[in-house]
Design a protein around this ligand. Structure first.
Ligand code: AMP
Length: 424
């Protein structure tokens, strides 16, 4: 017997029985993105590893621990030795924006993407190694507006509400400008210094590498220390505070409820000013549905113009589906199932099947034949609205017998008449 295979750890098959929910999610999202005038972009699933290191920051957890690199089987692997599966969408979208000189063509570009992302994580509920995100990025010299921050956040919230989610909360914060952020990290180091010895080993390293990540730590001892820090916005410039106030006013004007959270920092280097996170406590430990914020320096960091900012978010699709629970939408039913009453009828039935499909009627048939009874059972299981029955009489008369599966009524018709009736 041959070896049998299972899917790789941390991945999932999306089976036909799951597809209705996925389609519902994707089509609702596309509808929202289009209403807000965001256009779809599709970038490759892998990029230069360096792109992710430069954008997310060498010290981020994702780059440190979760990048899935590609290795060629060939001896001469020089060309693709520096490639990795994308752990998120933002870096690729910004890379494409810069590569295509989009800032010379338009002052604000609004993109959305939907697709798989890859992270070498320890799999658990709500945490996979291949998962899916949908997200938006608004990029351009004209993107620095507190109205745009509010638009992007409102889009995420309204999309989740539109899908039927109710129990989630939106948390927002501001990190201020690049300079404010530096002042904040300095202050944070000062405040944490007396507690350094008591921090977890991981946070001891974060203290030097990326002190903000200590605020996201899950370890009990770190949490206790962070709780007593009494974080505030005293390191922010007046301009940054005014910007943040305007974002909050705009959210209120849009009817978007939010909680302010001074310890929300997001662990990636590229965030400045507004950051936000959407959580749903029904999800347990992995409760983040999505997150985002403003990237003041990312475009310049990746070789683009200094005056181009961006803002965006990414929502985790598996998490949204988990939070939605059972999505009660019917799979679109098959229109017809064709039944050949005996072997002699199969060839004509096959011809009818093709004619139905050519008329845009969804149709299927069981080619192995078998008894009329067993085929009727298969037709029933398929959920088809009609069966098209072909026996010796129909072959002789060049007709079909059309049975309405709801009423049980059936009649012999010319194929064209049957097609009209199915379509009516
Ligand atoms: P992040 O860029 O890490 O903030 O991810 C944005 C969203 O993607 C998260 O809030 C999750 O909903 C989802 N997500 C991130 N990592 C994973 C993962 N490993 N498995 C499933 N969903 C994920």
């Amino acid at each position: 017997m041959g070896k049998s295979f299972s899917l790789p750890r941390g991945t999932a098959d999306i089976l036909p029985s799951d597809i209705t929910a996925w389609r519902y999610l994707e089509s609702s999202a596309r509808q929202f993105f289009s209403v807000y005038n965001y256009k779809e972009i599709r970038t490759p699933n892998f990029e230069e590893t360096e792109l992710f290191a430069r954008s997310m920051g060498q010290s981020s957890d994702v780059v440190q621990k979760q990048i899935l690199s590609l290795r060629s089987q060939k001896a001469d692997a020089a060309e693709d030795s520096g490639l990795a599966l994308r752990p998120e969408g933002t870096a690729s979208v910004v890379r494409s924006y810069i590569q295509n000189n989009v800032d010379r063509k338009e002052s604000l570009s609004k993109y959305f993407y939907i697709g798989p992302m890859f992270r070498g994580e320890r799999p658990q509920k709500g945490r996979l190694r291949q998962f899916h995100q949908m997200g938006v990025e608004a990029i351009g010299p004209d993107s620095a507006s507190p109205y745009l921050d509010a638009e992007v956040i409102a889009l995420a919230v309204n999309l989740l509400k539109g899908l039927g989610l109710k129990g989630f909360t939106l948390k927002i914060n501001t990190l201020g400008s690049k300079e404010d952020k530096e002042a904040f990290s300095k202050k944070l180091r000062e405040d944490l210094k007396p507690h350094l010895a008591k921090l977890s080993d991981e946070s001891k390293q974060r203290y030097e590498r990326n002190v903000f990540r200590i605020l996201d730590s899950k370890s009990k001892e770190d949490k206790a220390i962070v709780k007593n820090l009494k974080l505030d916005h005293s390191y922010l410039s007046k301009e940054s505070l005014d910007y943040y106030t305007k974002v909050k006013e705009n959210l209120t004007a849009l009817g978007v409820a939010f909680e302010e959270s001074v310890d929300l920092v997001r662990g990636l280097d590229y965030y400045t000013h507004t950051v936000f996170e959407i959580c749903d406590s029904s999800l347990g430990a992995q409760d983040a549905l999505g997150a985002g914020g403003r990237y003041g320096t990312l475009v310049a960091q990746l070789g683009g113009s200094d005056n181009v900012e961006a803002i965006g978010f990414a929502l985790g699709m598996e998490r949204i589906l988990l939070a939605l629970g059972k999505v009660d939408i019917k799979q679109s039913a098959l229109d017809t199932f064709v039944i050949a009453m005996d072997d002699a009828a199969v060839s004509y039935a096959f011809h009818v099947l093709n004619k139905l499909r050519a008329s845009n009627i969804s149709a299927d048939m069981h080619f192995k034949g078998g008894s009329a009874k067993s085929q009727m059972r298969i037709a029933n299981k398929s959920g088809a609205r009609f069966t098209v029955i072909i026996g010796a009489q129909e072959v002789q008369n060049k007709t079909v017998t059309l049975k309405d599966m709801d009423s049980g009524e059936q009649e012999e018709l010319a194929l064209q008449e049957a097609i009209s009736k199915i379509k009516s």
